[in-house]
Design a protein around this ligand. Structure first.
Ligand code: BGP
Length: 478
């Protein structure tokens, strides 16, 4: 297979502050909504939390050394808003700024490009208490102040910025399914908070450009392309419904500066739309013209079928890793997500579909004509440490390898891909699935206080791919 990856391709890996850092009240850090939520009874898998996590806050040098040894070209991480601004606004915590400066310097020293996410779900608790966080438009301006502080503090060193991580997931889980903070079920709030995330993104993009910083900025959306369950009209229509209030709803407002028409009509009839000011749409349009790339987190595709008015609604998520436990989820009258019999599934019932990535990348290219950064892709699995101290995660190599091949094919089809970040570099906390659902190249025994790092087989495999800029894989050796 012809290798389409150019020399500047960012072979990366990713993490997020709450899932990896620990040090949850160290050096003046304020509380985030996740610090509070994970301590509430019954909210996370077996009560797991990120108090210590992988202790990356105290061990980042060791972690960056491991990245360097692997040859990683880029490391995507998020900044904890509450480390910089413990109360969400006002007084800056210099120790927090120092931590990220140290991390960035350490990466640059080792030729690893920092890709910085500004928001990976850890809203300051004080803003939640003051005005209900994302529910109030006040959050937009507080967010932009925080973003500007980041641009000012790190903008001379960081080239790649991701404003929002998966706004579609944290608003859906927070306001449609009550699985993430603040644990509500309210369609109006879901749409309102999503609109506010788009505004926070848009205003931050414009602020970034106004500051004249040299760099690239976008946001990362969780993207699940989909197929119709059959060629029956009702399934084709269901697929269109899915795209209108799913993928295109999420990405159009960020990358075209408008909501898809049919989706708007649907919510208008239900009287669920938030107040959208004319000024909002002007900002969103301007930002969509200035944004540099689309970030996507890709894990799986969906298979969409007709769902009658008395059909299934949201029926929960598989969080215990017992394969087959996932029930069908849907929106009565619009669509439901059914099992795709032609695909394999992970233990958490996520469809494994490498070609879905190629398919989705081409869809995005055709709709938005922007370069794309794959900011997450990975396999959650129960990894086992062998008696001799090794982790033979061949299944992860197979998973990632097939997805990298899919990227290569997408580039052949004209998609401009800036880079590919695996989720995740070390093992870390999975929000609702605890520490047993592992994604990393580096194993961490979370039961053992030492939290020692052990590179898995996939760590060395990815190293070979990076060294050869993809040749090692594309020549057929998985
Ligand atoms: C994405 C998030 C990540 C990460 C990943 C894996 O939605 O951006 O933070 O958690 O999914 O998901 P999970 O941990 O639920 O398996």
């Amino acid at each position: 297979m012809k290798n389409m990856f150019d020399e500047s391709f960012l072979w990366g890996s990713a993490s997020a502050a709450y899932q990896v850092e620990g040090g949850y009240k160290q050096d003046g850090k304020g509380k985030s909504i996740w610090d509070v939520w994970s301590h509430l009874e019954g909210k996370t898998y077996n009560g797991t939390n990120g108090d210590i996590a992988a202790d990356h806050y105290n061990r980042f040098i060791e972690d960056v050394e491991l990245m360097e040894k692997q040859g990683l070209k880029a490391y995507r991480f998020s900044i904890a808003w509450t480390r910089l601004l413990p109360e969400g606004k006002g007084k800056v915590n210099e120790k927090g700024v120092q931590f990220y400066n140290n991390l960035i310097d350490e990466l640059i020293k080792r030729d690893i490009e920092p890709i910085v996410t500004l928001y990976h779900w850890d809203l300051p608790q004080s803003l939640q208490e003051e005005y209900e966080g994302w529910e109030s438009k006040k959050v937009v301006d507080d967010f932009v102040q925080y973003a500007k502080l980041c641009f000012k503090s790190f903008g001379d060193k960081v080239k790649y910025w991701i404003v929002m991580n998966e706004p579609n997931i944290f608003t859906a889980l927070g306001y449609q399914m009550a699985l993430h903070p603040p644990g509500k079920i309210d369609e109006k709030l879901y749409l309102k908070t999503y609109h506010h995330t788009a505004l926070a993104h848009g205003k931050s993009v414009l602020a970034f450009k106004e500051m004249g910083l040299k760099g690239y900025i976008g946001s990362s959306i969780a993207f699940s392309p989909a197929y119709p369950a059959s060629s029956r009209d009702e399934d084709i229509k269901a697929l269109d419904n899915y795209y209108q209030i799913g993928p295109w709803w999420f990405t159009d407002i960020y990358y075209k500066g408008e909501y898809p028409k049919k989706g708007l009509e649907y919510y208008r009839l239900k009287e669920s739309l938030p107040e959208i000011e004319e000024e909002d749409m002007i900002i969103l349009k301007k930002a969509a013209e200035k944004v540099d790339y689309i970030g996507i987190n890709y894990y799986q595709t969906a298979m969409i079928a007709h769902n009658p008015l008395d059909g299934v609604g949201f029926q929960g998520m598989n969080t215990d890793g017992k394969k087959g436990g996932q029930k069908e989820n849907g929106i009565p009258g619009l669509y439901k997500n059914v099992k795709n019999e032609s695909l394999e599934y992970t233990d958490w019932d996520w469809a494994i579909d490498p070609d879905g990535l190629r398919y989705g990348l081409v869809e995005l290219k055709e709709r938005y004509s922007l370069p794309i950064l794959i900011s997450e892709n990975g396999l959650g699995a129960f990894d086992k440490l062998s008696q001799s101290g090794e982790i033979e995660d061949d299944y992860r190599m197979e998973f990632l390898g097939k997805h990298i091949i899919a990227c290569n094919k997408a580039i052949e089809q004209g998609v401009k891909i800036i880079g590919y970040c695996t989720w995740s570099f070390t093992d870390l906390l999975s929000w609702l699935n605890g520490y047993r659902k592992r994604y990393g190249f580096v194993y961490i025994d979370f039961e053992d206080k030492a939290l020692s790092r052990i590179p898995k087989k996939s760590y060395y495999w990815y190293k070979r791919i990076i060294e050869t800029n993809g040749d090692y894989l594309l020549k057929g050796e998985l």
